[in-house]
Design a protein around this ligand. Structure first.
Ligand SMILES: [Cu+2]
Length: 111
């Protein structure tokens, strides 16, 4: 018979190993461009299961959408300081755009 403590420890281990492979990545929308760790990016590579948090760091609204074969979504428009998240479950390539600023464009490659 397993003690409650043993079961709890096993569940924590399970949860940690499951979440270790999936990363949470923040991509900023800053000065009408996409930035990661302060540097402007037009492409990035992530692993299947990773979640990208698109954070609006501009004093005006941004939107996030994709019409790619890999994943079609529209996270809507949101104001300064807010972020929207999307998880990429399958490998492939997704073009990310902002409906408000057509010059905003980046490609996410999912391994
Ligand atoms: Cu925008």
């Amino acid at each position: 018979m397993l003690s409650k403590k043993t079961v709890a420890a096993a569940l924590v281990t399970l949860f940690m190993s499951a979440s270790a492979s999936a990363a949470d990545i923040t991509v900023a929308q800053n000065n009408k461009s996409f930035k990661k760790d302060g540097a402007q990016i037009e492409a990035m590579t992530i692993n299947a299961g990773d979640t990208i948090h698109f954070k609006n760091e501009d004093p005006f609204f941004h939107n996030i959408f994709s019409l790619s074969d890999l994943k079609t979504f529209d996270l809507g428009s949101y104001p300064a300081g807010e972020s929207k998240a999307v998880t990429f479950d399958q490998p492939g390539e997704a073009e990310i755009e902002c409906a408000i600023h057509p010059e905003m464009y980046m490609v996410i490659e999912v391994k």
